[in-house]
Design a protein around this ligand. Structure first.
Ligand SMILES: C[S@@+](CC[C@H](N)C(=O)[O-])C[C@H]1O[C@@H](n2cnc3c(N)ncnc32)[C@H](O)[C@@H]1O
Length: 312
């Protein structure tokens, strides 16, 4: 199997679609930027370079290690970059804590960073044998092993199907339930091997590990990824300043659908203009350099200078 994400770049993660993000957000000196997924600080660094001097970058991440890394990388701007270990679903509370009433720029680069995939602590990858955890936020209490141990067979199958369109969802769920009756499934290797036993390999040139979708669905369930994105999308129009811009990078069709629908709804309410008729995708050069980015989809919107919607 090809495990391209095992090649960890220098900073642990290569910022995806960086030029497109800068083109669409069009950051200017003095602006306030909210990076909802600061990660290893790649996008945040570029935003800081563009809004300083006089600007402010608020960096949010649920993963304290990534946030600490971003802080080191952006250290030169001192108090003009601020850091919040928080879920972006609580972006409104972060802004309140920061004493900021509105932001000019919002970026959410969803999913996980390359270094998180390879770290044992997260147990996210079938290529690294580790405890089956998958929590990006260490304060969460339910791990992937807990879901595998406790969910009824039908709920397991539904989770695999709805979150990852796993066509073998029922088979996998049945096998999980059989195995867990005698042996606790507590490591990434155990789960991956169990899935590989029941899922036939996909034919084709790019061989994808049969466990890929199971791992994706579990990670999304453990971290409530679609729910958190939905909550963030509800909040953005409340805190983005008139004329502000927002960009979202998704790696999953369900996420991209949520972003697309939210933007169309904002546009229908005359709150914004969608800047990306179609999602922007990485070109071949970027995919060659960073194969993990191949499923990235960027959508961006510019908020109206005046919405015509009276404030609530
Ligand atoms: C793809 S990485 C971002 C990489 C970053 N743009 C960079 O250039 O390094 C996604 C990051 O979002 C964080 N994350 C995922 N879900 C989150 C959430 N609901 N709230 C805050 N951070 C989240 C992950 O911990 C990870 O660090």
């Amino acid at each position: 199997m090809v495990a391209d994400f095992m090649d960890v770049p220098d900073h642990g993660h290569e910022p995806v679609l960086l030029n497109a993000v800068l083109n669409f957000l069009s950051p200017r000196r003095g602006q306030v930027a909210l990076d909802c997924t600061a990660g290893r600080g790649g996008h945040a660094l570029a935003l800081a370079q563009a809004v300083m001097p006089g600007g402010l970058v608020l960096c949010v991440d649920v993963d304290p290690d990534n946030l600490a890394y971003a802080r080191t990388r952006l250290g030169q701007w001192g108090e003009n970059c601020r850091y919040f270990q928080a879920n972006f679903a609580q972006a409104d509370e972060v802004l309140q804590a920061a004493g900021v009433s509105g932001v000019d720029l919002v970026l959410a680069d969803l999913g996980v960073s390359t270094n998180q995939l390879t770290q044992d602590r997260h147990g996210l990858s079938f290529s690294v044998d580790a405890p089956l955890d998958m929590r990006l936020d260490p304060e969460l209490t339910i791990t992937a092993a807990d879901l595998i141990a406790k969910l009824p067979e039908k709920e397991l199958a539904d989770m695999l199907f709805t979150l990852a369109q796993e066509r073998w969802s029922r088979r996998i769920a049945r096998r999980i339930v059989q195995v867990r009756q005698t042996t606790p499934i507590s490591t990434t290797r155990q789960l991956a091997e169990l899935v590989r036993q029941v899922v036939p390999p996909e034919p084709g040139r790019h061989k994808i590990d049969p466990a890929t979708k199971t791992f994706q669905a579990l990670r999304m369930a453990v971290n409530a990824e679609l729910d958190n994105l939905g909550t963030l999308l509800e909040q953005v129009p409340q805190f983005i300043k008139p004329g502000g811009r927002a960009a979202f990078i998704s790696f999953h069709s369900g996420e991209d659908r949520l972003v697309k629908h939210a933007m169309l709804e904002w546009q229908a309410q005359n709150r914004c203009r969608v800047l990306t008729k179609k999602p922007v995708m990485p070109d071949e050069v970027e995919i060659e350099a960073n194969p993990r980015c191949r499923s990235a989809r960027l959508r961006a919107a510019e908020f109206a200078v005046s919405t015509g919607v009276p404030p609530q």
